[in-house]
Design a protein. Structure first.
Length: 115
């Protein structure tokens, strides 16, 4: 089992920045990829960014160039630096860890972009 705890969400004005963190614990040796998803009110959960154990990163087109995922201490922590935030980035952000066929989710951290 892997436990994930997100932090860093909050209220920010358009154009501002936030940094989300995800701390992993438990059977972290089994993790081979981590990522971030988000779910806006009334919408389906969508993938935002991911990083593999090999260091490869990828981003949704909607956040490319504005968000950066990093796993400096991959398998125990991953962060999401969000710059140039827009109102449409408002959502609950969830951390995901993939370990073989298993997927583990955090409880989510809310981000609100509003003036």
């Amino acid at each position: 089992q892997v436990q994930l705890v997100e932090s860093g969400g909050g209220l920010v004005q358009p154009g501002g920045s936030l940094r989300l963190s995800c701390a992993a614990s438990g059977s972290i040796f089994s993790i081979n990829a981590m990522g971030w998803y988000r779910q806006a009110p009334g919408k389906q959960r969508e993938w935002v960014a991911g990083v593999t154990s090999g260091g490869s990163t990828d981003y949704a087109d909607s956040v490319k160039g504005r968000f950066t995922i990093s796993g400096d201490n991959f398998k125990s922590a991953v962060s999401l630096q969000m710059n140039s935030l827009k109102p449409e980035d408002t959502a609950v952000y969830y951390c995901l860890a993939t370990a073989g066929p298993s997927h583990y989710w955090g409880q989510g951290t809310p981000v609100t972009v509003s003036s």
